[in-house]
Design a protein around this ligand. Structure first.
Ligand code: ATP
Ligand code: MG
Length: 350
């Protein structure tokens, strides 16, 4: 097949980790006879510096036309005090493309377990995916502020809940057919609607999928106490924001975890969950695995290339199992740099 992929390296370690992921995609393309055409564009601070805005119309247009978008990270101290913020570019892109479902798989690799602050016997075999609603909730509700009060409105429509729950149930079908919907239905009206809609969608459209509800506070506890039990977790925007950062600690390093943001069509935005890591930027030591695994998600969700996606995931797991580790995971002195890690993955692609 032929696919157009827009690459947005962004800021900090973004260019380093996206270069590694592009080399993996190119290799997979060659191996399986696909032509991937890459177009590089600026986003975030890099775009503010060069184009005066964190996401130009031309870049947005290119993203709209592409089959998929691979992103590094945006932001950094250089722009944190400015009037225009790099993060606005990413928010604008998500909004313009209608990307409402943020998928974050968390899988533990045996070698990485020692890097997690959580006891390793709890972590063996963790394999879950959190689906976070990305366009609604309190982050986007009306905001008011007076001298003595402030408020953020939390709003959800039936349609917004339906589509993200549906996406979670579809994912579960290809996995262990188990979805936990997280809310705070004992105190929030939006959560009561969420729970009602989730139950209906699951019962009417996915009778083969087991749906359970859990309050977000108890979910935060269970995520650490018994992470192995979870398959798919679906939740609203802010709960998802918090729970996905918590879940990332299970894997041992932020540098390992990928994400996908999906909308109605097949296109999507793929990026590692970590930020631009200004403290290590430019040194060539960042862990590229989160971005390489995001490229695997791109193959799966936007291009429909499941076998190719698994091939990349297997190569990453194999490299880590073989002890190929970047500084965030390796004991002192034994670390690979970004290029060497990418090479270790490339060598293991079947
Ligand atoms: P943002 O606000 O952009 O989300 P953040 O404050 O969450 O950023 P990150 O940039 O994600 O922070 O970095 C957090 C810590 O994790 C930093 O010390 C960084 O060096 C480390 N880190 C993040 N990504 C990687 C990676 N790919 N490889 C190695 N270390 C990483
Ligand atoms: Mg962060």
């Amino acid at each position: 097949m032929r696919a157009e992929i827009v690459v947005l390296p962004g800021d900090g370690i973004g260019p380093e980790v996206t270069a590694a992921a592009v080399s993996v995609l190119e290799s997979v393309g060659r191996r399986y006879g696909h032509t991937f055409a890459f177009t590089h564009r600026l986003i975030g601070g890099a775009a503010i510096d060069a184009e005066g805005a964190p996401l130009s119309d031309a870049t947005l247009d290119a993203c709209r036309k592409a089959d998929a978008i691979l992103l590094g990270a945006v932001g950094g101290p250089k722009w944190s005090d400015g009037k225009i913020r790099p993060e606005q570019g990413l928010l604008k892109l998500r909004k313009a493309l209608g990307l409402y479902a943020n998928l974050r798989p968390v899988k533990t690799h045996p070698v990485a377990l020692t890097a997690s602050p959580i006891k390793s016997h709890l972590l063996t075999g963790v394999d879950m995916i959190v689906v976070r609603e990305l366009t609604g909730g309190v982050y986007f509700g009306e905001k008011t502020r007076t001298d003595t009060t402030a408020s953020d409105l939390c709003e959800y429509s039936v349609a917004e809940i339906e589509r993200v729950v549906r996406r979670a149930c579809q994912l579960a079908r290809g996995r262990r057919k188990y979805v936990v919907s997280v809310d705070k239905a004992n105190v929030l009206e939006t959560s009561r609607l969420w729970r009602q809609v989730a139950s209906r969608v699951a019962a009417e459209e996915f009778p083969d999928v087991r749906l359970e509800h859990q309050l977000v506070d108890s979910m935060a506890m269970h995520l650490i106490a018994r992470p192995r039990e979870y398959d798919v977790i679906v939740t609203e925007n802010m709960f998802g924001d918090i729970l996905t950062d918590e879940a990332s600690m299970l894997a041992g390093s932020m540098g390992l975890l990928p994400s996908a943001s999906l909308g109605e069509g097949t296109s999507g935005l793929y990026e590692p969950i970590h930020g631009s890591a200004p403290d290590i930027a430019g040194r060539g030591i960042a862990n590229p695995c989160g971005t390489i695994l995001s490229a695997a998600m791109l193959l799966r969700h936007s291009l429909g290339l499941e076998q190719e996606a698994r091939c990349v995931e297997k190569a990453v797991a194999q490299a880590i199992d073989d002890g190929c580790l970047t500084a965030d995971l390796a004991p002192q002195g034994a670390a690979l740099d970004t290029l060497a890690m990418a090479k270790a993955v490339l060598q293991r692609l079947e």
